[in-house]
Design a binder for this molecule. Sequence first.
Ligand SMILES: C[S@@+](CC[C@H](N)C(=O)[O-])C[C@H]1O[C@@H](n2cnc3c(N)ncnc32)[C@H](O)[C@@H]1O
Length: 314
Amino acid sequence: MEFKHTSVLLHETIDNLKVHDGGLYVDATFGGGGHARYLLSQLKEGTLVGFDQDEYAIKTAQGNFADFLQADSQPRLELVHNNFSHLTEELEKLGHGLIDGIYYDLGVSSPQLDQAERGFSYRFDARLDMRMDQSQDFDAYQLVNQYSQKQLADVLYRYGDEKFSRQIARKIVEKRQIKPIETTFELVDIIKEAIPAAVRRTGGHPAKKSFQAIRVEVNHELDVLQASLEEAIKLLAPGGRISVITFQSLEDKIVKKTFKKYSEVEIPRGMPVVPEGMKPALKLVTRKPITASAEELEHNNRSHSAKLRVAEKL
Ligand SMILES: C[S@@+](CC[C@H](N)C(=O)[O-])C[C@H]1O[C@@H](n2cnc3c(N)ncnc32)[C@H](O)[C@@H]1O
């Protein structure tokens, strides 16, 4: 099976992990495995554990990475079909202890957007879905048809920074009283109707922000991130590194805040030396996030909003 996805900040993400032979690494968001293949090319022996909550990503990887999945392969890949909110428990099940590095490449993959039936895209007509994990019950159809007007407006405003969140929420509630809103194109038409015509003609696609917001809520994207980062920091061996690529400011804020929390300590007044138990767990490798080079910006549209932060366990 094909998985067409151009990896963002590929070398910057992996090179900063300082991969060494015999190490244990985790790819929290495997997708098409672009980052994974580059990491594996740097390991003569050692293991990479790849997580993805999307069954399509895992199934494709089982074919495309078959050689690395053999029990005696060196380096070896192990795949986990689960949310990265279950890092500790899944690594334990595989018999692993501390890890030497982990990376996250957040958000959606190109196939998720490009396969019309996944219902992620305002460009294709499909049933409202947007679940990354197809075994999850809650989907965009339920959100759009069951959330209260206030809940809808809050989601659109908080996760999409949508200026017309209240107007769109009101229009959704008005329309669904006539019949349930079933498809992406029905939702696009409702959003267009709710936004003033003059605004609609400026900027990007009128449904872009709302679709992003609904996707983030359906997949609980921000809810699981901080807890997973904290688990990852605990799982890192001393000297181990964590790289995180984000694509929107709320995600980047969570990464920045979590790295700050673990890299700073408040020294009690009058105490000349920081007691052992109070030393920070992390050292920042990047004070400012790394962004895409001019060359990458030119040929990978997704790289425009990408920010990479890296930290090291002390
Ligand atoms: C941007 S893609 C990763 C692309 C990959 N780095 C590559 O080079 O091909 C993000 C992937 O992460 C997965 N994902 C997003 N959030 C996740 C989560 N909380 N747990 C597990 N997988 C997640 C998505 O299903 C998607 O396949």
